[in-house]
Each structure stands twice: as C-alpha cells, then as structure tokens.
Design a protein around this ligand. Structure first.
Ligand code: NAD
Length: 542
C-alpha cells in the first residue's frame, strides 16, 4: 500500500488563440450567452454548506453597468467566525491526509479547469472583471492550471529535501501544516491569484477561510465549483463575503490564526500586519504573513535600445487589462533623442486599440473594474490636464455612461517626482519622463529613489555594459526584473513572482518558496545505538 511516488511532471498550459472560426471561440461565445441568461445567486460556502443571508448585493458587468450578472449573499463577522470553526473542524483529517491524496485533488482541479470548466472560468472572468478573451485565457485558465500543477511538483520537491545522516542515526525532516487556520484575502484583478491565495496553503495540508474581493465573486464562485467537483472535502476551503475590515477584525482576533495569504494594496496589507502585531500575545503560534502588494513598475530605455521594442513594451505592458496588473508599466524613462520615435510607434499602437465590451472580440481595451476606480483614475487625468507642467500626449478621454471606460492615457512630465511617477494608480495611465541622453546613470538613481515600491521593472538596451550597470544599480527596485521585455506576464514555473520594499514580502507565488511558508518543519533524529557511557575522551587522565 505504501510507496514513494512521483507526481506528473508539470508543463505550462497551452494558451488557446480564440481566432475566428476556432472551436474555442465558438465555445466561449456560447458559454457567455448561457451565463448571461441567468442572474445567479451566489451563496457563501462554509463547511461545504451554501449559506444564504438574504442580504443580496448585485454584481454588475464593469463594461455594462446596467447588466446585473448575479447577486451574492453578503455576510458579517459572524460568518467569518462560523467559517473559522468549520475550517478548524476539518483540520485534523485534512492535515493527516497523505500528500498524494491532496495532490490528486489539485491535479484533478487542474484537469477540470483545462477541460470542462475552461470556458466557464474564462467567461465569468470576462464578464465580471471585464477582461478580453486573451487576458482571461492567460489568467483564469492557463495561470490557474499552472499554479495547480506546478504546486504539486513543488510540494513533492519540498518533501524530498532531507538532512544528512551519519552512522547509527537517521535524520528526517517532516513538513507539518501550520497549527490553526489560514486567512486568505484576494484582490479583484487576477482569478488565478485568488485561486492560488486560497489553495496553496491547502495543498500543504492547511485549512483556509477565504475572503475574495467583492468585484471577483462572480468568478470565485466557479473556482469553488471546480474544487467541489475535484473532491476537496467540506470545510477545508470556506468562502465568505463580508466587508474587508469587519472580516479581518474577526479573523485576526482569533487565537488560531496561523497565517495570512494576501494580495492587494499596500495600505490594506499594512493594516493587517498592524492588527496582527496588536494581537501578537493572543496567538498560539506566530502567524505567517505573506502579502504581495502594490507596484509602480518602470521601463527604462538606454540610448542604445531599439525604439520599436520600447514602444511595444509600453503599449502592451502599460495598457493590457487596462493597466490593472500589479506588474503594469506605469512610469517610463526615455532618452531625449529616442522619445519622438517611441511616441510615434506608441501612438500608432494606441490608435489601433479598440475599447469596449470584452464580448466584442475586436476590443483590446475593456472597462476598469468599478466606479470607485474610475473616479480615482479620472481624477488624476483631470489634474494632469490642468497642470501646466505636464502634458497629456495620448488618450485622456473617459466615460462612465454605459461602462467604466478610460482611454489609454500617456502623461509626459518634466518633473521626475510628479505625483503619477510615484503613486500607484492601477489603471491605464502611463507617465513618461524624458532624460538627457548623457544622464543614464543619474536616471538609474531616479528609478531607484522615486517610488516606495519594488515589484517589476525593465531595462531596454543593446549595450551590454548598460544592461549590466542597470542590473546592478537597480538590484533592489524590483522582485521581477526584465531585460528587453515588458515588465508584465510572469509565467508560473518560469518567473516566480513577487516584489519587496512596499510591494510585499516577496514570497514568490508559483514557486517552492511560497509553499514553504505554509509548513512548519519538524526535525526528527533517531539514534540506533544510544550511548551508554557519559564520559568523553578529554576527561581521561594521561
Ligand atoms: P484592495 O487592497 O482594495 O483589496 C484586496 C482585498 O482586501 C479585497 O479582498 C478587499 O475586500 C480586502 N480589503 C479591503 N479593505 C480591507 C481592510 N481594511 N481590511 C481587510 N481587508 C480589506 O486591492 P484590489 O483593489 O482588490 O487590488 C488591487 C491592488 O492589488 C493593487 O494595489 C495591486 O498592485 C495589488 N496587486 C498586487 C499583486 C502582486 O502580486 N504584488 C497582484 C495583484 C494585485
């Protein structure tokens, strides 16, 4: 019955094209139609049971805010309490379940997402989070599947790490799940990140209370369906909806809190960390705090760079998914001599970007997530338009008549410390600073010192010495550093993702490093010939 088994070797999920006439295009259109036919009610899931409070909140499509996609049953702190109880009740059986059984649930979930649930998770992400089909496919389908498959391999690799032995002893390292429950809090912008936040600790034998962002609940529901279909036992993963602060107060006030798995804004993570600090004497164990947070990601071009490559990196890196990627390029440093040609290419690209509903596959740009984000972003654009020291050189128009649409906008500034050079806006706004060609080294200093964040960044150059200089000078400015590539699009297993400084704890989602945060090792030394004489040779008389 017992064996030392090896899980399947993971391979990155192939991204489907959805080109006209393809089977996948037909399927996704049909799935969107079916989803829109019903206005689903979404319950919380606690201990495997559907919890309906009757306090219904509408979920509307960001690109068409008259369309109600679903209504979810909002909860309170009391539901967080119930979810913690359900998780702790499930803990002992799940934590003792063999790793192969846990792995099988994950491999099955990956297969379900790759097959029968692929179009549903993509369609829910397109409608609920306003992603075009390509953005939905690389996130909700491909990256989710990769997280599930690769994490299984990383788990097995972690268990295989064992200490040395000498004669008559055997040393072993056991990776125990954490003692208590994990509180997972996810953002709206990536369905796959939500999935990984909620499930990576589970794979390592933990139990989770998961609070998704309100604006991602539509696709979160599908993820719960996938895990149910994959056979995850009740109570191991509990999905609750409640206002963020109220939910956190209950979760972080519980002595059994063993960890927080968070992705979202820096301010919220700081508030969670503060609350844990205030409660630190009440916990049974020091909670693990894992948080990936904001960014002010940069592209710097050296005079030796190729302008067309720089422009393409900016148009894709800054504006795909409306710039609502933590890794999106939002500040650029371009040499004076190169700017006219980069601008020319950039404007060419922007002219070709169509904006509108993701249901129309010709649209590259869709809506920003909600009215709050729209108002915040357009506030910065209005300020820039009214500021004589900066110039809006592209875009700058917006409307919330049918959906929350903001044109990809480029602001040119002569002030390297202009507000949009250091503040995270999280939308389709790129600010460009032009530097004198002979001030490359000084500009590297600016990149380093301008913003508190350190998530992603990119250097474009053909001069190898410039690449080397930038790599060294910018060593602490980004957890994911790109050479001659846009700073977005990290792939599980290839570019483990996360940043430092105000961008988070850099625990690298999609790698063994993240999974190590969800286990507590126990070292076991067994002695086969225990000593029977307490003396040592140095005690002997000569
Ligand atoms: P957010 O911080 O507003 O919300 C994140 C989660 O925290 C949500 O579930 C929300 O309900 C909850 N929350 C909000 N206020 C809270 C409070 N006071 N106490 C406890 N929980 C609270 O972030 P968002 O708008 O959903 O996502 C955008 C942010 O996420 C950006 O800052 C972006 O950079 C960041 N992000 C980072 C990464 C990364 O890997 N570094 C990835 C994706 C998104």
């Amino acid at each position: 019955m017992i064996s030392i088994s090896t899980p399947p070797n993971p391979v990155n999920e192939e991204v489907r094209s959805y080109k006209p006439g393809s089977q996948e295009r037909f399927e996704i259109i049909e799935t969107i139609r079916l989803l829109k036919e019903q206005t689903t009610e979404i319950p919380m899931i606690i201990g495997g049971k559907e919890i309906k409070t009757g306090n219904l909140v509408e979920i509307r499509a960001p690109h068409d805010h008259q369309t109600v996609l679903a209504r979810y049953h909002n909860g309170t702190g009391e539901h967080i309490r119930q979810a913690i109880d359900a998780a702790l009740a499930a803990r002992s059986q799940w934590s003792e379940t063999s790793w192969e059984q846990r792995a099988s649930v994950f491999l099955k979930a990956a297969s379900l997402l790759s097959g029968p649930f692929r179009y549903k998770i993509n369609a829910a992400t397109m409608l609920g989070q306003s992603k075009n089909i390509h953005q939905a496919e690389i996130d909700a389908a491909a990256e989710s599947i990769d997280f599930l498959n690769f994490n299984v391999k990383f788990m097995a690799d972690i268990y295989a790490i064992q200490p040395d032995n000498n004669r008559y002893t055997w040393n072993r390292l056991e990776q125990r799940p954490l003692e208590g429950f994990i509180y997972a809090v996810s953002p709206y912008n990536f369905t796959s990140i939500a999935l990984n936040l909620a499930t990576a600790p589970i794979l390592m034998g933990n139990v989770v209370v998961w609070k998704p962002a309100q604006t991602q609940i539509y696709s979160a529901k599908v993820l719960m369906e996938v895990f149910k279909a994959a056979g995850l036992p009740d109570g191991v993963l509990n999905m609750v909806f409640a206002p963020g602060k109220e939910a956190a107060d209950v979760a972080l006030g519980n002595p059994a809190l063993a960890g927080i798995h968070f992705t979202g804004s820096t301010e919220v993570f700081q508030s969670l960390w503060t609350a844990v600090g205030n409660n630190i004497k009440n916990y049974r164990t020091f909670p693990r705090l894992v948080g990936e947070t904001g960014g002010k990601d940069y592209v710097i071009a050296h005079p030796s760079a190729r302008p067309i490559e720089v422009a393409t990196a900016l148009s894709r890196g800054a504006f795909e998914y409306q710039g609502q990627k933590c890794s999106a390029a939002s500040r650029a440093y371009i040499p004076e001599s190169m700017w006219p040609i980069v601008l020319c290419h950039l404007l060419d690209d922007l002219r070709q970007f169509k904006m509108g509903s993701p249901e129309d596959f010709s649209n590259f740009i869709n809506a920003v997530i909600d009215e709050k984000a729209f108002d915040k972003l357009t506030g910065f654009i209005k300020d820039a338009k009214n500021d004589p020291d900066v110039e809006v050189v592209a875009g700058g128009n917006f409307s919330k008549e049918t959906g929350y649409f903001i044109e990809p906008t480029v602001i040119l500034t002569r002030d390297p410390n202009y507000v949009t050079m250091h503040t995270e806006l999280f939308g389709p706004v790129l600010t460009v600073y032009i530097y004198p060609d002979d001030k490359f080294l000084e500009t590297l200093d600016l990149v380093d010192n301008t913003s508190p964040y350190a998530l992603t960044g990119a250097i474009f150059a053909t001069d190898r010495y410039a690449i080397d200089q930038a790599s060294r000078r910018l060593v602490n400015t980004a957890g994911n550093f790109y050479i001659n590539d846009k700073p977005t699009g990290a792939v599980v297993g290839r570019q483990p993702f996360g940043g430092s400084r105000a961008s988070g704890t850099n625990d690298k989602a999609g790698s063994m490093l993240n999974l190590l945060r969800w286990v507590s090792p126990r070292t076991i030394k067994e002695c086969f010939l225990p000593p029977v004489d307490h003396t040592y040779p140095f005690l002997l008389k000569q």
